[in-house]
Design a protein around this ligand. Structure first.
Ligand code: HEM
Length: 273
């Protein structure tokens, strides 16, 4: 990877970090493979599944090229870690910011959570009944989509929307712009209005497929249900135990570093309840 880039200070740092992540993963993989070879039952997690498929193919075909290369296993682990962690964490961050800016929605969300769980740990069944919290998370994802642009590349000559594209053209879908387009969402597009999602995602806008914060088509986010569950669980627990508001030092400046983030951090005052 590193040979493709100029040796600037930043690129060298990125390469160093990348090598460090890869060597940590390689260590974890080696440990797990040793355990599997010694007959230990593989754990029911992503790494276990990837390695099981990798080792099975190697065994049955006698040559490793048929299975997933170790490099691919490492890349999959990196992909899941980065796309799974960062996206959900910025969703929660923006939700805390927006609920601080709109205390009326913070109160409604807390009312719903306490009504369902009181101060008990939220359980799966109850999380699927959170209507206001779900609408809030969808509206936050519309306002501040973790991925602001989706990139696709044509792999052959093709027609898209009446335009002929040759193979190898990058097509960028500007999710952030689409999510803020009044022709799609209405003239109140710049207002925080979770109830636009009260009838579900497909009825929230004038176009049923306009909500692209989890992508679309074959590359649609595989972790979206898990991410929503995680976010509902975390937000419910925060709402159960704290009231929160923005600290005076907070400066609102969304900017993109891979994901859409608050440029100057998220200073929030919490009050235990
Ligand atoms: C709020 C949280 C999340 C958001 C907003 C989000 C958003 C997205 C988007 C927009 C894409 C499509 C990318 C594209 O078309 O190029 C995507 C793909 C994907 N997401 Fe998520 N995601 C989230 C959480 C997660 C989690 C928790 C996981 C895994 C546990 C995950 C795993 C993936 C994977 C594996 C892909 C496919 C990548 C590919 O095929 O290239 N995501 N996600």
């Amino acid at each position: 990877m590193c040979r493709r880039f100029l040796s600037t200070k930043n690129n060298l740092k990125m390469c160093k970090n990348n090598k460090e992540v890869e060597s940590i993963l390689q260590g974890l993989i080696n440990k797990r493979m040793r355990a599997m070879k010694e007959g230990e039952k593989s754990e029911n997690d992503l790494l276990g599944l990837l390695l099981e498929s990798n080792m099975k193919d190697v065994d049955e075909n006698g040559q490793p090229s048929q299975g997933m290369e170790m490099e691919d296993v490492i890349e999959e682990c990196k992909l899941f870690y980065f796309v799974g962690m960062e996206t959900t964490s910025v969703l929660l961050t923006w939700t805390m910011i927006v609920l601080s800016m709109h205390p009326e929605w913070q109160d409604l969300a807390r009312e719903e959570v306490l009504g369902l769980f009181r101060k008990n740990k939220p359980e799966y069944e109850g999380l699927s009944r959170l209507k206001t919290v779900t609408m809030i998370l969808h509206e936050v994802l519309r306002f501040y989509p973790s991925a602001t642009i989706l990139s696709q590349k044509t792999y052959k000559d093709m027609d898209i929307g009446g335009v002929r594209y040759p193979s190898g053209v990058f097509i960028e879908v500007p999710v952030l712009f689409i999510n803020h387009d009044p022709d799609i969402w209405g003239s109140d597009v710049n207002e925080f209005k979770p109830d636009r999602f009260s009838q579900g995602i497909s009825k929230a806008s004038k176009h049923p497929g306009a909500f692209l914060s989890f992508g679309f088509g074959p590359q649609v986010c595989i972790g979206q249900n898990f991410a929503m569950l995680e976010a509902k669980m975390a937000l419910s627990m925060i709402l159960q135990h704290f009231e929160f508001e923005l600290a005076p030092s907070y400066t609102h400046a969304p900017h993109t570093v891979m994901t859409l983030q608050p440029m100057h951090g998220t200073q929030i005052n919490l009050k235990a309840i």
